[in-house]
Design a protein around this ligand. Structure first.
Ligand SMILES: Nc1ncnc2c1ncn2[C@@H]1O[C@H](COP(=O)(O)OP(=O)(O)OP(=O)(O)O)[C@@H](O)[C@H]1O
Ligand SMILES: [Mg+2]
Length: 467
């Protein structure tokens, strides 16, 4: 009995244990399943969160990109507006320049007649000092008038320029010495000359004039004294720089900068400073032509002018001149001579459509000892050569009627009479000092109006030059 009971209870125990194990296994499985499910959900949630973060990041990135392109657009718009404003300003200056140039050109011719005649009159009045003084006074006034027309032609980008290769570094010490005398002791001058400076292509005397004008402006801005710094440098203007500025061509330039520690200019003065007749100086103290002449000269020379100024700090003005192709920067020196060289009976063919001017030139040349013949147009002049007349020199105005310029006449006349020397003259340059192919004239040019000495020097120089 007892053993049966034992048997029964041990079976029950085994069943119970088995049940327990089965239960435990079931519970463990359920827990595992729950854990797997939990992990799956967790992962799904993490994935979802990461995806959401990714979307958010992407959205933020796109927003930043939109903002950036908005800013870019604003900048581009501002740049464009600035270029448009510069272009309008440049067009305005050009229109004023054209008007000014037209008037100045006519005045130049009138003054040529007046100066030429007064000059001749003066020569004959040696024995009458009282009258000679009157004529000299009239001549002085006419020369001042001629100087003003020259300045107006500079503004109009139409002044006759004698472009050559110049070495700014070599010229500066002499100019600075002159500036020290002109500007007085209150103004210190410091120079910084770039090593290996390229030669520049420009008219040397105009560069000197420009520097003088800039230095005088600087002095006027430094009433209590100050520092004037003159620097030279090479500069490569890249297409980006050029694109951001009206009328600037990319390329190699030689830069002359003049910096002062003066009053500076407010932006509205900077904007108008290169306009002809714009001045902030009291009546009678400034004509307002200084910077406009330099601007006109820079543009006519294929260069550029920039102004940086800060009120109360100072001003830097940079004159960019094109780099010269020639590596040899040696310059010609002018021969000083007291006596104008005389003619030796050579025959000169004088061509000008303005009969008054022609007569004056003929009179002046005859006075110097030359024999003269006259023609009013290129065709007339060529006709004389074709008829067998021979000349030592053809002296012709550039602007002639009947569709043949003085330059074209010169080329045809040289073909018709090989060895013929030629001197062109003009009071009007700009575009017409280039031939039809756009090449600058290679023939010598005398600027109008000129004094007898200049005429005598130049004519002699051309006649004596090797053919
Ligand atoms: N270095 C400078 N510092 C401050 N202002 C200047 C400077 N240079 C020029 N300006 C301003 O620009 C204006 C125009 O200068 P610009 O040289 O064309 O004429 P101006 O000096 O007034 O007269 P002009 O040169 O014909 O005697 C000046 O009146 C002045 O207001
Ligand atoms: Mg000035």
């Amino acid at each position: 009995m007892a053993s049966r009971l034992w048997q029964t209870s041990s079976v029950a125990a085994v069943v119970a244990v088995t049940l327990l194990i089965a239960l435990a296994t079931l519970v463990a499985r359920m827990r595992d399943r729950a854990q797997v499910e939990l992990r799956r959900r967790l992962k799904a949630e993490t994935d979802e969160r990461e995806r959401a973060q990714g979307v958010l990041l992407e959205a933020q990135r796109s927003l930043a990109a939109v903002r950036q392109s908005e800013q870019d657009l604003e900048h581009a718009l501002a740049d464009r507006q600035a270029i448009e404003a510069q272009l309008r300003h440049a067009q305005k200056l050009e229109a004023v320049g054209q008007l000014t140039g037209g008037v100045a050109h006519d005045f130049n011719n009138l003054l040529g007649v007046i100066i030429g005649n007064l000059d001749l009159l003066l020569d004959g009045l040696g024995a009458d000092p009282a009258r000679a003084a009157l004529v000299r006074e009239a001549l002085d006034a006419a020369m001042r008038g001629a100087d003003l027309t020259k300045r107006l032609l500079a503004v109009a980008r139409q002044q006759p320029l004698s472009n050559g290769t110049i070495d700014l570094n070599a010229r500066l010490p002499g100019l600075v010495a002159m500036l020290r005398r002109t500007l007085g002791e209150d103004i210190q001058i410091s120079t910084s000359l770039a090593e290996g400076l390229w030669p520049a292509r420009a008219d040397a005397s105009q560069v000197e004039d420009a520097l003088l004008n800039l230095a005088i402006n600087a002095r006027d801005a430094m009433a209590g004294g100050g520092l004037l710094t003159i620097e030279t440098a090479n500069a490569v203007l890249d297409p980006d720089f050029a694109a951001a500025r009206a009328e600037v061509t990319p390329g190699d330039y030689v830069v002359l900068s003049v910096t002062d520690t003066g009053d500076g200019m407010p932006p509205e003065v900077v904007e108008r400073a290169t306009e002809p007749f714009f001045t902030t100086k009291p009546m009678g103290e400034g004509t307002g032509l200084g910077l406009s002449m330099i601007y006109g000269f820079a543009k006519q020379s294929g260069g550029h002018l920039s102004i940086y100024s800060q009120l109360g700090v100072g001003t830097t003005i940079r004159l960019y001149l094109p780099r010269s192709d020639y590596t040899d920067a040696s310059e010609e020196a002018l021969r000083p001579d007291n006596e104008p060289p005389a003619g030796g009976g050579e025959t000169i063919l004088v061509v000008d459509d303005n009969a008054d001017l022609r007569r004056v030139v003929v009179r002046r040349l005859s006075h110097l000892g030359y024999r003269c013949r006259e023609a009013g147009s290129g065709r007339e002049a060529l006709g004389m050569i074709a008829a067998g007349e021979r000349f030592d020199l053809l002296f012709t105005d550039v602007g002639l009627p009947d569709g043949m310029s003085g330059h074209e006449l010169a080329i045809q006349a040289k073909q018709a009479q090989p060895g013929l020397k030629v001197l062109l003259t003009t009071g009007y340059a700009g575009a017409d000092l280039r031939d039809a192919a756009g090449e600058p004239y290679r023939l010598p040019v005398l600027r109008k109006p000129y004094l007898s000495e200049e005429l005598a020097e130049t004519i002699r120089g051309v006649l004596d030059a090797p053919a």
